[in-house]
Design a protein around this ligand. Structure first.
Ligand SMILES: C[S@@+](CC[C@H](N)C(=O)[O-])C[C@H]1O[C@@H](n2cnc3c(N)ncnc32)[C@H](O)[C@@H]1O
Length: 276
């Protein structure tokens, strides 16, 4: 009898451990890596409704899902505004094996003629170009996304995913949407960063997500003072809203940890839609 109880306790403990491991990896492990991305059936977009998993760092799952839905093995990704190469590096590490062509538009030299492309950006590009286990073609255009020659050089419906994160003004963000919409294939994803407003703007703007506040309790800087509103790019939000209205669709957006009363989030929200 005692032995039977002991056995049952053992089974229960084992079950509890398995549950904890499962919960840890599938609910708290918010960033999906290349090691587990390819092995599961693609998830649906409901994954992007949970503040814990709703992150641009999980966009690889959307990329995988929409490739799978259209029976494609690999696809083309465009990032407008390469910056330090942080997002590019993350994407290559998590779903680079699904990307045929990774195109980046980053006009460093044109913005400041004396400057070489930001070393960290160039280093990340070189790192992936040299990576012998990667078969992705990495194509960098040091031009403005508004260059009509450049826009013309991309065939319509060429990209499976376009991420807009270049010129953060209302005009810049909206013109990128207008110029690159045709370049996403039907069933592909059009997305962009910084879809939010600051507190004052957000109070006057219907349905705008709030960019949040700085949480830097030890900060001595006035610019990034603890509790102060984060730098916001409400023009992006307004431009994206207008564009969606003109084209008759709605944006979804990532929550970036904005759950449990977290008004700061781990990143600014990214907007996205599936082109039908
Ligand atoms: C916020 S950073 C991009 C960050 C990057 N996407 C990431 O998440 O790691 C914005 C970049 O856009 C670039 N940029 C500004 N105007 C642009 C334009 N018209 N076309 C393309 N890129 C532009 C800037 O040089 C800057 O490096």
């Amino acid at each position: 009898m005692v032995r039977k109880i002991k056995d049952r306790v053992k089974v229960l403990v084992l079950f509890a451990i398995i549950c904890l491991i499962w919960q840890h990896f599938f609910f708290r492990g918010v960033v999906v890596t290349s090691s587990n991305l390819g092995r599961r059936a693609p998830i649906g977009i409901e994954f992007f409704l949970d503040p814990v998993t709703s992150k641009r760092d999980n966009f690889g799952l959307l990329f995988e899902k929409f490739l799978h839905d259209s029976h494609k093995k690999k696809g083309n990704f465009l990032e407008i505004g390469g910056g330090s190469g942080k997002f590019f590096d993350h994407n290559m590490a998590t779903f680079g094996h699904l990307v045929e062509n990774y195109v980046i538009i980053e006009p460093y030299k044109l913005l400041s003629p004396s400057k070489e492309p930001l070393p960290v950006f160039a280093e990340k590009v070189a790192k992936w170009e040299k990576n012998t286990s990667s078969s992705t073609n990495i194509i960098v255009h040091h031009e403005f996304s508004t260059s009509s020659e450049l826009i013309k050089s991309f065939p319509d419906n060429f990209f499976d995913f376009i991420y807009i994160d270049g010129d953060h003004s209302y005009k810049g963000a909206k013109s990128d949407l207008i110029n690159y919409y045709a370049k996403v294939r039907r069933g592909g994803v059009l997305a962009g960063h910084d879809y939010c407003c600051n507190r004052k703007e957000f109070e006057n703007t219907i349905h705008a997500p709030w960019c949040g506040k700085y949480i830097y309790p030890d900060s001595t800087s006035d610019k990034k003072k603890d509790g102060k509103d984060k730098t916001a790019f409400c023009g992006i939000f307004i431009g994206a809203e207008e564009f969606a209205k003109e084209k008759n669709f709605y944006w979804l957006y990532t929550l970036e940890d904005r759950g449990d009363g977290n008004s700061a989030g781990s990143n600014n929200p990214s907007y996205f839609t599936i082109k039908f």
